[in-house]
Design a binder for this molecule. Structure first.
Ligand code: C6P
Length: 498
């Protein structure tokens, strides 16, 4: 049973010291302590004071909630907990109500193969709330125009929408300036951009680039291509049997020859959360530049690029409830100014003659041609949606779902969980003894359950744990334990046949 209890603060400026004092006064069960304060972007702040991941009873959780409700009765702050998937109401207001969230996602409400659709393929892509769909429709119905160039009203509206979305991204990842945020098609394009600009300019023969065994192919192939072209060497951080990077081995790979370290903050096959901040600090000691692939971290954990201190942070919009075809490269200003443009064309120049071109300042220097305005606006709407829901709340709820699924799947005869990282999020990988992975995927599809069954574009990671493929349910905050129960039942039936 989950034990997480939160406090929704109605605005980000709440007097947190008085909240702390009130929490200290609570007659909480001994297993609870006051945790950290998590001011969220936008209107929500959250305060977590549960025993994360513990196995406290519902009675204990309910006791604490009642105490919290009394303590905060006059403040307007709303304590709530994740007790199964029941909506928790406080002061007549529902707080984290998964059913209300689900109503925002039209695609979830359909039958597939005669069964209610269960979308457990969130690591591949997330579904879109109507707020995002509406933002895109509104844009095409009333504002569509090319940007930055024309004097007319629609161009001004489109430009404002596009640049407004850039500011929303800046706020979401806490970049120092919107000028540090470049729009691209997605993570893959973002990593290629950095490899082809920073990499081509600064990587020399004999230099070393460090990657992790847990990386997606998108963070392997571009660096491999660059290394071949420049005569550089790729070194790979190994993993242990749990599917965690071995930090001592990473330390021993680092040297003055290390020019770039690039790794996924969250792995897409086992859900491993890497100690990104520590890994960046370790690379810094050797003067290496660091790229963090945030494709799987951005939807599940708060990201603060200044705290991480990475030189580049890239992610895809479609993994965080935004449309396909839009993504982000954050880069430190001094680097973006130093590195050459990637592609040439309109929208990125100051002046062009047939002899010479001078380029715009970042970020426009990296955005040649007509950009994907509508989907950038959709990304802004998605980040608004996630911020309103509360990144910390999402993280805690998804952690709960992941642990619930791991525990239940692990108890099914014939199921072997693959990977057991101690810090993990959203993903469970498993195989069923004697059953080919693709067949399990097809059988689950017949039950209306969509998930990925294969190598997940992370073959080295899977091979390091001795398998070629797994079945991979991956969770979002619109999923429920009832859906997980249905998956587990289906897996039980399949395993019994195999
Ligand atoms: N992983 C998955 O099912 P793009 O395709 O550019 O949006 O994202 C690529 C990518 C990069 N890094 C990581 C860690 C990823 O997980 C992904 C995409 C999907 O796991 C599709 S293969």
């Amino acid at each position: 049973m989950p034990s997480n209890l939160f406090l929704h603060l109605p605005d980000g400026d709440a007097d947190l010291s008085s909240v702390y004092e009130s929490l200290q006064r609570l007659q909480a069960p001994p297993s609870y302590g006051v945790g950290d304060v998590f001011p969220e972007a936008g209107e929500l702040a959250g305060l977590f004071f549960g025993d994360s991941g513990g196995d406290d009873t519902p009675a204990e959780t309910s006791l604490l909630r009642t105490a919290a409700e009394q303590e905060f009765a006059d403040t307007g702050y709303s304590p709530y907990s994740f007790l199964r998937d029941q909506p928790i109401t406080y002061g007549g207001r529902e707080t984290f109500d998964v059913q209300a969230i689900r109503r925002d996602f039209p695609i979830l409400h359909q039958k597939v193969n005669g069964k209610d659709l269960i979308w457990f393929d969130n690591a591949a892509t997330t579904q879109k709330p109507k707020q995002v769909i509406d933002a895109i429709r509104r844009y095409y119905e009333s504002d569509n125009s090319n940007i930055h160039r024309a004097a007319h009203t629609l161009a001004a509206r489109s430009t404002d929408g596009y640049e407004g979305a850039r500011e929303k991204v800046r706020r979401f990842i806490n970049a120092p300036s919107a000028e540090d945020v470049i729009f691209v098609r997605g993570t893959t394009e973002g990593i290629n951009l950095v490899a082809q600009t920073y990499g081509r300019k600064f990587i020399q023969s004999g230099d070393e680039i460090i990657l992790s065994t847990l990386d997606h192919h998108a963070n392997i192939v571009p660096w491999q291509q660059l290394a071949k072209e420049r005569g550089a060497k790729l070194l790979v951080i190994p993993v242990n049997d749990r599917g965690e990077v071995i930090l001592e081995a990473y330390e021993s790979l680092l040297s003055p020859r290390t020019k770039v370290v690039s790794f996924a903050q969250v792995n897409n096959t086992f859900g491993t959360v890497l100690p990104a901040k520590t890994m960046v600090a370790m690379a810094r000691r050797y003067g290496a530049r660091v790229l963090i692939d945030g494709a799987q971290s951005i939807p599940h954990t708060p990201v603060d690029v200044q705290e991480l201190d990475a030189d580049f942070f890239v992610f895809s919009g479609h993994k965080i409830y935004a449309p396909n075809g839009i993504g982000v490269v954050y880069g430190k200003k001094e680097l973006l100014e130093l590195i050459p443009p990637w592609q040439g064309g309109g929208n990125m120049i100051r002046d062009v003659t047939f002899e010479e071109t001078t380029f715009s300042a970042p970020p426009h220097k990296f955005e040649a041609g007509t950009p994907n305005v509508a989907d950038a606006i959709g990304l802004g709407a998605a980040l608004d949606y996630v911020s309103r829901t509360g990144v910390r709340c999402i993280e805690k709820y998804e952690h709960y779902l992941t642990e619930y699924a791991r525990e239940a799947l692990g108890r099914v005869d014939g199921v072997r969980l693959v990977g057991n990282p101690r810090e993990r999020v959203s993903v469970v990988s498993f195989i069923i003894q004697g059953m080919p992975v693709p067949e399990v995927g097809s059988l689950l599809d017949k039950e209306g359950i969509a998930l990925r069954a294969g190598h997940h574009c992370a073959q080295p990671a899977l091979r390091a744990l001795g398998v070629e493929a797994t079945v991979r349910p991956s969770f979002s905050f619109y999923n429920t334990t009832d859906e997980i129960d249905r998956l587990v039942e289906a897996v039980r039936r399949i395993a019994a046949r195999g």
